[in-house]
Write a protein that binds this ligand. Structure first.
Ligand code: GLA
Length: 377
């Protein structure tokens, strides 16, 4: 990274920062309902080598492209001016300025191993790497959760994606060997030990290679539906509804909103349940919770797809403890929890099932919970 930076910009970077992608164990589409989630950071991450500039020019290169990706003045950053993926890093600088920080320019060189469009939060990784770099370059002294919320603001206000805060909080705040128990309304997070390999278990990621895109309107529609249901129920957010309130909600809501509400309410309960099992050291008990979560996203939220369902069904048929789609939905990745001895067979069965169905060959890889964002050199 440092050498590539020097070749491009003719000077050494001041440092290199990294931020990981994530998978969410459970708690999907709950973040923008003020609820709970339980993500882990994955080993795949984005790195940025950076150097502060004396003027207000923001320059960006990427190891994945040739030539400059961005070259403009920080003062010219307004939503809509950057329409490529560079809107994520540029949006971070915009959001920091919006929050009142006085910032100048920087030279940035970016490289990433997080697959794009795979539901593994490549955009949050990119945003967090840049936010952590700027935080140090300009001595902003912002905490990891504060930087995560800046990144969410960048994504909502600059890149135009109405996401919640889970991905950015995961990338910024996760620690190795733990899952991150998020309470979005309280602005609180807690590390819950999670080391599947220590209990002879494997956590597999299956990237279905069905590209998902949160900017295409379907995600926004779900969010609007949940917010409308909360309003109709006289609640601040669906977080305020307990499972026992569902029959009352059923009487008060138009039929098409009820499945959304049912998913969110039960999903919040699943997060609490998963956390108690992890705290008790019963990692295998997570399996059925994952599978229930998948059924809820498939049948109530209706955001799964044939490929994700095939991964889940094949994994379960070959002895997995549990499996579910992870992330925003409409493709992307599936996680599979299995005993170590079965993981390879499950992987082969999934690949074979995809071949038979005529789908693209999926990418499979095991993961262990990795560290969150920070300076690496
Ligand atoms: C995407 C969004 C998150 C969250 C998930 C669904 O990853 O970026 O904020 O809403 O979908 O849980």
């Amino acid at each position: 990274m440092k050498e590539a930076f020097r070749r491009i910009y003719g000077a050494h970077p001041e440092g290199v920062w990294a931020a990981p992608g994530r998978v969410n164990l459970i708690g999907e589409h709950t973040d923008y309902n003020d609820g709970f989630a339980l993500p882990i950071a994955i080993p795949q991450h984005t790195q940025v080598a950076a150097r502060k500039r004396q003027d207000d020019r923001l320059r960006l290169h990427s190891a994945q492209g040739n030539g400059p990706v961005l070259d403009l003045r920080v003062s010219q950053l307004i939503p809509g001016v950057v329409t490529t993926w560079a809107a994520y890093p540029a949006g971070v600088v915009w959001a920091l300025r919006e929050a009142g920080h006085r910032l100048g320019g920087a030279d940035l060189h970016i490289d990433s191993t997080v697959p794009v469009g795979a539901g593994l939060s490549s955009s949050a990784a990119l945003e967090c790497a840049v936010a952590f770099a700027y935080n140090d370059l300009y001595d902003l002294n912002l905490s990891a959760p504060a930087l995560a919320l800046i990144c969410q603001r960048a994504e909502n206000g600059f890149a135009g994606v109405p996401c919640g805060a889970m991905d950015q909080l995961a990338s910024a705040c996760c620690t190795a060997g733990a899952a991150l128990h998020l309470d979005i309304r309280a602005g609180a997070h807690e590390q819950v030990p999670f080391a599947p390999e220590a209990q002879g278990l494997s956590l597999l990621v299956v990237d279905t290679r069905v590209k998902h895109d949160l900017g295409d309107g379907a995600y926004a529609a779900l969010r609007t539906g949940c917010e409308r249901a909360a309003r109709l129920l006289g609640l601040e957010a669906l977080r305020d509804l307990a499972p026992a309130d569902l029959p009352r909600a059923a009487r008060a809501l138009p039929a098409h909103l009820l499945p959304l509400v049912r998913h969110v309410v039960k999903e919040n309960a699943r997060v609490a349940n998963a956390v108690s099992h992890l705290r008790a050291g019963h990692l295998a008990a997570l399996g059925p919770i994952l599978t229930d979560g998948h059924a809820s996203l498939r049948d109530d939220f209706r955001i799964s797809c044939a490929e994700s369902d095939l991964v889940v069904d094949t994994a379960l048929a070959h002895g997995a403890l549990g499996a579910r789609m992870t992330g925003g939905g409409f493709g992307g990745s599936v996680i599979v929890l299995a005993e170590e001895g079965r993981a390879e067979g499950i992987g082969i069965a999934i690949t074979t099932a995809f071949r038979t169905a005529g789908y693209q060959v999926p990418h499979l890889f095991p993961i262990t919970p990795a560290a969150g964002a920070g300076r690496i050199s």
